[in-house]
Ligand binder design. Structure first.
Ligand code: ATP
Length: 448
């Protein structure tokens, strides 16, 4: 059989979620040379990313078509020439970017690596017609990454980047509407904006007119192969009062979540932030702070800054004692509640609201999530059954039934075991800084 790249690509498309396929394979060229698939990639970054994340898939697909394997050829795309435009569009519409937000200064960990890689890729290559939706809680790096894209483009002479908050967008619209020039406003975007960075899209809730205008503008920009990054605190489906016209467009974007930093990433962030201030913190101080400060990165920054300020005021070295005093003084609650952490991590993993976990609903996904939490509490934290019964306000016998049922499921269901394994690892990284035993225990051990 004649095997072509488009045949293999078609198969990859079937196997991958659409957004992932679009990012990494859709625009990739390839050919079969002497029975081997050669992928043409634009840079080393793409090559490494594909290699690290999709090698199993590529091996599987090439074997299926009788190919001997795959390889890469890196063909750099010449950088876009600087566009000469008669004015600086950023001063007309949009905010100035802060130079402090760069990719180099963004600490990458498990919690944010996908977001980082996609943003980096967008800044490097500006793939055509991309809508990226970056969401996550306060202070987790949405602004940092979005502005890093803009800064990286600007630093290479590409200045058709519009960076705005949703509120700015609305204010501009009102201003132009009032002066009867709304069409000029829209035309301006259409003509000059190549990359739109729009922050805080949740702000448009209930603003029907603006949402509809934005939906039309979005269609136009994406059709023309422009790149758009939106940020928000919530997933598109969780946004209230958003018109279906805009919501459906958001739902079809590449949706990426920024998670709260895990223990390892917090350590890296603390080290990095202190280093930027000219301090090399000792191992025990970093460990201590990373355990105590679990909130967003903004909070981590302020604790590091506070500690260093304190040390320099007192003319003392930064020590564990000083760190302990600071934490006590600012009254950071000890948020090391492992039970809550397991519940939150599991709910996040299965995409269910925490309240639903404790509801009486028997929905399949909820029942499964409950069983996972019960299993983790019992096996990872070694919680007595009586405590787990109290947490769920359920009879002891119900908890035992759930444990048994779940245990039977993981014996049979390999996918579920893999998911559980992943969760145990994530939790162990956070709670212990060591991998906990991920062996699945037998019921005898469980019920002792
Ligand atoms: N991974 C990271 N590495 C280094 N600094 C980070 C990281 N994530 C966030 N920060 C820093 O934390 C602070 C808050 O980040 P940022 O403003 O990007 O968060 P946000 O998600 O946009 O928050 P909000 O929703 O509240 O606007 C910034 O100073 C930013 O530089």
């Amino acid at each position: 059989m004649f095997v072509s790249w488009s045949l293999v690509k078609g198969k990859i498309k079937e196997l991958l979620p659409e957004p992932i396929f679009k990012v990494w394979f859709e625009a990739t060229n390839g050919e079969v040379v002497d029975g081997k698939l050669i992928l043409e990639v634009p840079n080393e970054f793409t090559k490494n990313w594909i290699e690290e994340n999709y090698s199993t898939l590529l091996n599987q697909v090439t074997a299926e078509y009788g190919l001997t394997g795959y390889g890469f050829v890196v063909r750099e795309i010449p950088k876009a020439e600087q566009l000469i435009i008669p004015y600086n569009p950023v001063s007309l519409i949009g905010r100035k970017l802060s130079p402090k937000y760069t990719f180099e200064d963004f600490v990458v960990g498990k919690c944010n690596e996908f977001a980082y890689n996609i943003c980096y890729q967008v800044a490097e290559e500006r793939p055509k017609g991309y809508l990226i939706y970056l969401y996550g809680n306060f202070g987790l790096g949405k602004t940092h990454l979005t502005q890093a894209v803009g800064n990286s483009l600007f630093s290479r002479g590409f200045n058709r980047v519009y960076y705005l908050t949703a509120q700015d967008f609305l204010n501009y619209m009102i201003k132009y509407l009032k002066s009867g020039m709304i069409e000029t406003f829209k035309e301006h975007f259409k003509e000059y904006c190549e990359v739109l960075l729009l922050e805080g899209i949740h702000f448009f809730a209930g603003k029907e007119y603006t949402q509809n205008e934005l939906a039309f503008l979005l269609d136009y920009l994406l059709d023309q192969g422009k790149t758009v990054i939106f940020t928000s605190h919530k997933m598109p489906q969780e946004l209230n009062s958003i018109e279906s016209s805009l919501r459906s467009r958001l739902n079809s974007s590449l949706i990426i979540k920024l998670n709260a930093p895990d223990f390892q990433t917090r350590k890296k962030i603390i080290k990095h932030k202190a280093k930027k201030l000219g301090y090399n913190l000792g191992y025990e101080v970093i460990e201590y702070l990373a355990r105590k400060v679990r909130g967003d990165v903004r909070q981590i920054e302020s604790v590091v800054l506070g500690l260093i300020a304190r040390a320099s005021l007192l003319k003392e070295p930064v020590s564990l004692t000083l760190a302990k005093e600071l934490i006590e003084e600012i009254g950071l609650k000890d948020s090391s509640d492992s039970v809550d952490f397991i519940i939150e991590t599991t709910c996040r993993f299965f995409g269910i609201p925490k309240e639903d976990l404790f509801s009486s609903s028997r929905r399949k996904d909820l029942s499964l999530s409950r069983q996972v939490v019960i299993y983790l509490l019992r096996n990872v934290l070694k919680k007595p059954l009586k405590d787990i019964s109290q947490i769920f306000k359920k009879q002891h016998s119900t908890i035992i039934y759930n444990l048994k049922t779940f245990e039977q499921k993981i014996q049979k269901d390999v996918t579920l075991r893999t998911k559980l394994d992943y969760l145990v690892k994530e939790i162990s990284l956070e709670l212990n800084d060591k991998n906990l035993d991920t062996e699945f225990e037998t019921s005898d051990e469980i019920f002792l």
